[in-house]
Design a protein. Structure first.
Length: 244
């Protein structure tokens, strides 16, 4: 059977599980964190909760997370996933993020994902609130109109990069290897090295060829590390015999 690449899970997780996944990314919600939650899946589904269900608390924490951790987003993965979304409000949100963070050339490509008219974050009263308070400076001049003060921004709402790296293996690997498909495939293999290449590719949402190449490197690294361990043990035993 030919390999068929996937870009998102078949369905959005239930609300309780999504909250656990957001907590697993270091977002401060009252839930047991789901360790090593998929980063881009969680970000996209959180934007659905915020933009389609008008959950401004989720959206505020999401925007703050992006502000703190945007450099670790796999922009190619996120762009592929959000570009297939049917809801214009979701595409508008990520296009606004791409404009806001356009100095990061990886994220700037998100700005091309929406070409429609400006979108109001609030269902009513956006003009009045902007006239009274001004715009959220992060989204001023983008396709998303957000009144200042609508999305809260508190330092304690998200973990710092150091704290998240301690808890999330995929995030840690992106620090080591860059926010790339390679880092994501490596993370999948660390969890279960016995997966087939096709299974790895589907779990990492990448191309088969990418998973195959990283698999070769992972196996080589594992074999060399195992060899170093055996040589160290042999030297240790030899030393213990020479010096009882």
């Amino acid at each position: 059977m030919a390999f068929s690449r996937v870009h998102l899970p078949a369905e959005r997780p239930a609300s309780r599980k999504l909250t656990r996944e957001m907590a697993g990314l270091g977002m401060n919600f009252a839930a047991t964190p789901l360790r090593d939650a998929n980063i881009e899946n969680t970000l996209l589904f959180a934007s659905e909760a915020g933009m389609l269900e008008h959950d401004l608390r989720v959206l505020g924490v999401l925007v703050h997370w992006i502000e703190v951790h945007g450099a670790r987003i796999n922009a190619d993965r996120l762009a592929r996933a959000e570009s297939r979304h049917a809801a214009p409000r979701i595409r508008a949100f990520w296009a606004a993020v791409g404009t806001w963070l356009g100095k990061d050339r990886r994220l700037a490509r998100l700005a091309k994902g929406y070409t429609g008219p400006p979108v109001d974050l609030l269902s009513t009263g956006t003009d009045f609130q902007i006239a009274r308070l001004g715009e959220d400076e992060r989204f001023a001049g983008t396709c998303l109109r957000v009144p200042a003060g609508t999305l809260r921004k508190r330092k304690g709402d998200v973990l710092s990069p150091v704290e998240l790296a301690r808890l999330h293996a995929g995030y840690r690997n992106r620090i080591l290897m860059g926010p790339s498909w390679r880092a994501d495939v490596w993370t999948v293999l660390e969890r279960d090295p016995n997966l087939s290449v096709a299974q790895v590719a589907r779990r990492a949402y990448c191309a088969f060829a990418t998973a195959w190449q990283v698999r070769q490197d992972f196996d080589l690294f594992t074999q060399s590390a195992s060899g170093r361990g055996r040589r160290t043990a042999t030297r240790s035993r030899a030393g213990s015999k020479a010096f009882p």
